[in-house]
Write a protein that binds this ligand. Structure first.
Ligand SMILES: C[S@@+](CC[C@H](N)C(=O)[O-])C[C@H]1O[C@@H](n2cnc3c(N)ncnc32)[C@H](O)[C@@H]1O
Length: 245
């Protein structure tokens, strides 16, 4: 089994919790086209643990796991349940009217230039107001980050960067630096690095405590804590400045 398919149970559990905390109204919406709007998880992995876990969290919504490897999809089919199914495919999905698309640990090994076209394809399948989550995390999910991308009348808009960690490897803003989405890890440091540096400076000015990361976040413009069990999470608003180049 190739490295590019590695996953494990619970890897995206903190992201599942963040998604439920931030998107309760998106997940509970049932008016009009939303009544049948599914959730899509692109990039299943060697076994579909993370897709099945997401499906359990958002039941009774339909969850469709999508992967470009026929082997992966074949194996995943043994895990189908009334609300989770699997199909071959990629970013250009055959369905429209999707509520939420998640793409975790799929784009990280490709070139940064591949990210914007992939995001545009995801946007084409979402309902207006729908959400795409695209990012990377550590092998066991102990730290991760993801773009929060909202479908608007004019396309897919960057709403924020969501970051989470479980504290098992410390609680330092720089932990997020190595797990940034692919397009923020280019040759030139992205302005988000300055945000992490300001957060670090604020942290160093505070006394050590379990709440120090959250207390320091309050001193950085645009950062909002997201209360979740089992970890700490934050959303960085994606404003025109200072984050966009
Ligand atoms: C590292 S696993 C990630 C599994 C799970 N999402 C996670 O975060 O643990 C990446 C998966 O994405 C699939 N994949 C890679 N490139 C893809 C593409 N362009 N379209 C669809 N699936 C892709 C691989 O076959 C693999 O199953």
């Amino acid at each position: 089994m190739g490295f590019r398919r590695q996953t494990r149970p619970g890897r995206l559990a903190l992201l599942d919790r963040v998604t439920l905390a931030l998107e309760a109204s998106l997940l509970s919406r049932r008016d009009g086209l939303w009544a049948q709007a599914p959730v899509v998880d692109i990039g299943i992995g060697s076994l579909p643990w993370t897709t099945v876990e997401l499906a359990a969290r958002v039941a009774p919504l339909q969850v469709i796991g999508v992967d470009d490897s026929a082997d992966v999809v074949e194996r995943a089919r043994g895990f189908e349940t009334p609300n989770v199914s699997f199909m071959c495919g990629s970013f250009s999905l055959p369905m429209r009217g999707v509520r939420l698309i998640r793409v975790m640990n799929v784009l990280r090994d490709g070139p940064p230039e591949a990210v914007a076209p992939a995001h545009a394809l995801l946007g084409a399948s979402l309902l207006d107001g729908g959400l795409a989550i695209e990012g990377s995390c550590a092998p066991s999910g102990e730290v991760g980050t993801a773009h929060w991308l909202r479908k608007t009348a004019t396309g897919l808009a960057r709403e924020g960067l969501v970051m989470w960690l479980d504290g098992s490897r410390g609680t330092h803003p720089m932990a997020f630096r190595d797990r940034l989405p692919r397009d923020l890890r280019g040759a030139r440091p992205h302005p988000v690095f300055d945000v992490l540096a300001r957060w670090t400076d604020a942290l160093h000015r505070l006394p050590a405590s379990p709440e120090r990361l959250t207390a320091a976040a309050a001193l950085v413009d645009g950062l909002t804590p997201i209360p979740i069990e089992g970890g700490q999470a934050f959303k960085l608003e994606w404003c025109p400045r200072p984050l966009q180049r």
